[in-house]
Design a binder for this molecule. Sequence first.
Ligand SMILES: Cc1cc2nc3c(=O)[nH]c(=O)nc-3n(C[C@H](O)[C@H](O)[C@H](O)COP(=O)(O)OP(=O)(O)OC[C@H]3O[C@@H](n4cnc5c(N)ncnc54)[C@H](O)[C@@H]3O)c2cc1C
Length: 409
Amino acid sequence: MKATYDVLVIGAGPAGSIAAKTAAEKGLDVLLIEKRQEIGDPVRCAEGVNKEYLKKHVEIDKQWICADLKGSCIHSPDGTRIEMAEEISGGEVGYVLERKVFDRALADLATKAGAEVRVKTRATGLIIEDNFVKGARLMHLGKEYEVRAKIVIGADGVESKVGRWAGIDTALKPVDIETCAQYLIAGADIDQEYCEFYVGNDIAPGGYVWIFPKGEGKANVGVGLLGSKTGKFKPRPVDYLNNFVEKKFPNASIVEMVFGGVPVSGSIEKTSTNGLMIIGDAARQSDPITGGGILNAMDAGKMAGEAAYTAISAGDVSLGKLEEVYEKRWRATIGHDIDMSLIVKNCFINLNDEDLDSLAHSLKDVKFERMSLLDLLQALFKANKKLLWDLRVLFKDAAKEVIKNKNNA
Ligand SMILES: Cc1cc2nc3c(=O)[nH]c(=O)nc-3n(C[C@H](O)[C@H](O)[C@H](O)COP(=O)(O)OP(=O)(O)OC[C@H]3O[C@@H](n4cnc5c(N)ncnc54)[C@H](O)[C@@H]3O)c2cc1C
């Protein structure tokens, strides 16, 4: 490890690896560090990702694909089943990844682009001088190091400390976090072409249960609950998960367990400061409805890598410059989608089982493979006028999107 680099990236998840790869491809001298001894392990993810968006970032390698899905099914509390084609199922439906292999492959791409990658290397604090982040203190195999960099990128996931060390408020209230429990089950009879979502206040209050097939009778089965719906005297996510698995897959074996949190707060106020950017889950850039964050993390990683190059080339790594080249850009793209999802999330968490069933009934005969986003929203909310009113901003937005697409065509 050298004493100075152009860019230091903290955390080798999808956000960090793509940031390091992008910056290294631009010719910057990059160090990517990861506190764990194996990149991608242990997995804290259901591993679902949209195919077309993923292809925008990387060439698909069959080695990290476990299942190639046709779409998704949503089950309402009274058992009504809605089937949706993959194209309109959102950012988490398409491929089910093997993230242990995928995350490592992304770090390999960063290495191939010229970045130096170090595992078992933990950032323990930042070097801040004259109000600028100038590097970080690292711990590697029991030894302390100081590494200086023109720009530090914090990609240290949901439990991020880097932003906080730099004075950025990344705190999450219980209502801003989805707490999750997941089993990898084996030996079960599972539809390998569709992922399934179950909603309902008995099944997962303020959240949902998911089944993501992983091939050969295996699947990730998990539950996510809003932090505000769980707590000391309430059932835990794992209690809801056990109930579900015992009923649905009584004979399955549980071969892996995952517990973790996902930020569902929506955009936070600030994601950069002098000499530093935060990205991915560290910047709370996951989707507030689904908690999905792989693609947004990769998008943010790319934008931060490019921003690092632009700022360093201009000899200006100040907050003002990073706001211009990173902050503004991500807010206009993924930030916009995150804001829209937050509006929907805030409506959905207040729905009771009757509301959920009435929405499902209004959708069950719709042919989803031919629907535009606007059609979907219209069909979805026709059944519930209050919801339609609460979500009027989305309709305006979807309508604008349709008009833009028509004009472009
Ligand atoms: C149960 C569950 C299911 C999920 N399912 C999906 C899904 O199906 N689809 C989807 O898109 N998203 C899903 N997500 C969310 C997804 O996993 C995250 O959004 C995504 O991993 C974010 O990527 P990231 O690179 O920002 O952070 P991470 O992938 O969390 O990577 C952060 C890295 O930083 C490292 N690190 C932390 N601190 C330090 C430090 N001080 N020094 C060095 N390294 C450090 C960590 O070890 C980690 O490797 C799920 C999350 C959970 C918990």
